[in-house]
Design a protein around this ligand. Structure first.
Ligand SMILES: Cc1ncc(COP(=O)(O)O)c(C=O)c1O
Length: 353
């Protein structure tokens, strides 16, 4: 009899992220404008037939990245987007049937991976003011939990934890022998990192990505940080040559170009502030915390209707998150440079009347 893994057969996945060319993409927290064309051309001018023909080698880039973020090579595992790293951490640090604790709402893939591997995901909900009750979250950490996941900042709610709160979360995880995953996909938009916890403690891992501030979502590159034994375990799960040479080439060019990362952060955060200020001046209610995304309450029309019209008439992609308490009737918009924010504002005013 043919065997089919029922967990995979019944798994709910979304494969609708196609045909986005030609749109202003403000739906998936990418940089809607991207890196300067001259920079792309300059980096691609280094590409040779040998570069493309050869399996990618990671050591040189990992060494530079390790130095850049202040850790050793043994503390980094490169992954094909941080979504891959998260999957490996769930696979390696929770048992079949075991419990994975995270928050709701948050990044959808934690639950998808839990279902894929037959783990049970349990959640602590954000309150109606979109704040996490950290005591409640810590109370939910117990001997039954294998893996705890926190986001700093959260997506789609840009909420963060203080160092004192993270101290207590780490302590609770240690007490109950739960591994802790800290997802820092939006690091650099929010400068306080919890990387020291991953470096100083066993069973604490941190993931980051080049998809957001670095504007390299198409290149699929991320990394896991942790102590050497944890990283070794994650590394063992990686497919051979799991990260591609183009991703590493671009990421290296950005981290080596003096001031480039700072400029990327500054431009995008200026665009965010510009969007918030302009919308507030125009009488909109905006919910903006950390990260490269904000929520906007429409003044006149239904949020889903605006999302559809933005796509159809204005070629702009945005989203609604129906499941977010209080913000279910809001537009969720990824931010970019001020110029692209102006295009969005003009389109919104035209539609929301
Ligand atoms: C919180 C969070 N973690 C991880 C990811 C995955 O990013 P990537 O796989 O592109 O590195 C995302 C993507 O949106 C995210 O929002």
């Amino acid at each position: 009899m043919y065997y089919i893994n029922e967990e995979i057969k019944d798994l709910y996945r979304i494969f609708d992220q196609n045909s986005r060319d030609g749109y202003i993409r403000m739906d998936l927290n990418e940089n809607p404008v991207g890196l300067p064309q001259e920079f792309i051309d300059e980096v691609l001018s280094e590409v040779t037939p040998e570069f493309v023909a050869k399996y990618p080698e990671q050591l040189e880039f990992t060494t530079k990245l390790a130095k850049f973020i202040g850790v050793e090579v043994e503390n980094i595992c490169l992954v094909n987007g941080s979504a891959e790293g998260i999957r490996y951490i769930i696979q390696a640090y929770s048992r079949p049937g075991g419990k994975v604790l995270s928050v709701t709402p948050s990044y959808a893939m934690y639950d998808v991976y839990c279902e894929m591997y037959g783990r049970k995901s349990v959640h602590v909900d954000y309150d109606e003011n979109l704040k996490m009750d950290v005591d409640k979250f810590i109370d939910a950490i117990n001997d039954d939990i294998d893996l705890v996941i926190v986001l700093n900042p959260n997506n789609p709610v840009g909420d963060v934890y203080s160092y004192e709160e993270m101290d207590r979360i780490v302590e609770a995880c240690k007490k109950h022998e739960c591994t802790l995953l800290i997802d820092e996909a939006y690091f650099y938009f929010y400068p306080n990192s919890f990387i020291k916890y991953a470096m100083e403690n066993d069973h604490v891992l941190l993931t980051r990505t080049f998809s957001k501030v670095f504007s390299l979502a198409g290149a699929r590159l991320g990394y896991v940080v942790g102590r050497a034994p944890e990283i070794e375990l994650v590394q063992k799960l990686c497919t051979p040559h799991n990260v591609n040479a183009f991703g590493m080439l671009f990421a290296e060019a950005i981290i080596e170009k003096e001031g480039m990362l700072d400029k990327l952060v500054e431009k995008q955060l200026n665009g965010k502030q510009h969007l918030i200020d302009t919308l507030e001046q125009k009488g909109y209610t905006v919910n903006a915390d950390e990260g490269n995304f904000i929520f906007i309450k429409p003044k006149n029309r239904d949020a889903s209707e605006i999302v559809d019209l933005m796509k159809k008439d204005k070629k702009i992609l945005i989203k609604v998150y129906r499941e977010v308490p209080n913000l279910g009737d809001c537009l969720r918009v990824s931010i970019g440079e001020a110029e692209v924010m102006d295009i969005f504002i003009e389109a919104l005013e035209d539609i929301d009347k």
